[in-house]
Design a binder for this molecule. Structure first.
Ligand code: CAA
Length: 255
């Protein structure tokens, strides 16, 4: 297996584990990631965290050697496999975080972009360099990068293929935090900031925000009102508001 699924406390961790190829993604690995995402989705984990084995790379992208000499049909299937696999993260009941410990290029950055959040190590280097290979991103990068950093910055990164360091990535909103020390530890610390909140209500917040970029404002406001109303039907909202009035810490039950 070139990925590993493990657990630390309430957090599920998928480690991309092909360090000899800087954790580059081959088809088998993407299939394994899909199966692992399904397994985490059915578990009681409160966050899914992705990391890469070793201290050099999160993931250097799709396996370039495997991309060579494919038929048109196989190339389309390959892009769809990557897109569908990463899109599973949108429907996961828990948030996901990419712990970007080193290089995140091409499909590696596209995996990170499909996560709810990104935490970069100080040594992180990110980019969509496909243009240098005569190609364009194929695992969702052209769609997710502009949603995260805006169209102008996305076109800059995709059409120059340039590398962005951790400081720039944080400045443009490509990553949420830069971690001191171990990047996985930093991602777990970040996940602890929301791990105690109600999982279904976190899901409503995530859905409202992610649907904003696909919806005209009036439609988006209606979605927000509906999801806000749903949140007010949960036991957790009763607990949260009573805890405020009682001046105690809320104990959410995901109900
Ligand atoms: N695919 C296959 N193998 C890769 C790889 C990749 N994407 N990236 C690195 N490797 C392999 C190298 O071939 C090398 O293996 P060998 O020792 O057998 O030659 C090993 O990993 C170490 O790599 P380097 O010697 O190149 O390491 P470096 O430190 O000198 O450079 C790097 C690191 C800058 C990340 C460089 O490896 C690199 O540029 N990699 C390719 C990055 C890239 O272009 N990614 C996009 C891929 S296409 C894609 O992802 C399409 C899509 O949208 C889905």
């Amino acid at each position: 297996m070139s990925i590993e699924l493990s657990r630390r406390d309430e957090f599920a961790i998928i480690t991309l584990s092909r360090p000899e190829a800087l954790n580059a993604l081959n088809v088998r690995m993407i299939e394994d990631i899909g199966a692992a995402i399904d397994e985490v989705g059915a578990s009681d984990a409160r966050t899914l965290i992705f990391t890469g084995e070793g201290d050099k790379a999160f993931c250097a992208g799709a396996d370039i050697k495997e991309l060579l000499d494919r038929s048109l049909v196989d190339a389309k299937r390959g892009a769809e496999l990557g897109q569908w696999t990463f899109a599973k993260l949108d429907r996961l009941p828990m948030p996901s975080v990419a712990a970007i410990n080193g290089y995140a290029f091409g499909g590696g950055l596209e995996l990170a972009l499909a996560c709810t959040f990104r935490v970069a190590g100080a040594n992180a280097k990110m980019g969509l360099p496909e243009i240098k290979l005569g190609a364009i991103p194929g695992y969702g990068g052209t769609q997710r990068l502009p949603r995260v950093v805006g169209e102008s910055r996305a076109l800059d990164m995709i059409m120059t293929g340039r590398t962005v360091d951790a400081a720039e990535a944080e400045r443009i909103g490509l990553v949420n935090r830069i971690g001191d020390g171990d990047t996985l530890d930093a991602a777990i610390d970040f996940a602890r900031e929301f791990a105690g909140f109600s999982l279904p209500v976190l899901g409503f917040a995530r859905e409202a925000v992610t649907r904003a970029s696909d919806s005209p404002i009036n439609e988006g406001l209606r979605i927000e009102a509906d999801l806000n109303t749903l949140a007010f039907q949960t036991e957790d909202v009763v607990e949260g508001m009573n805890a405020f009035v009682d001046k105690r810490k809320a104990e959410f039950k995901d109900a």
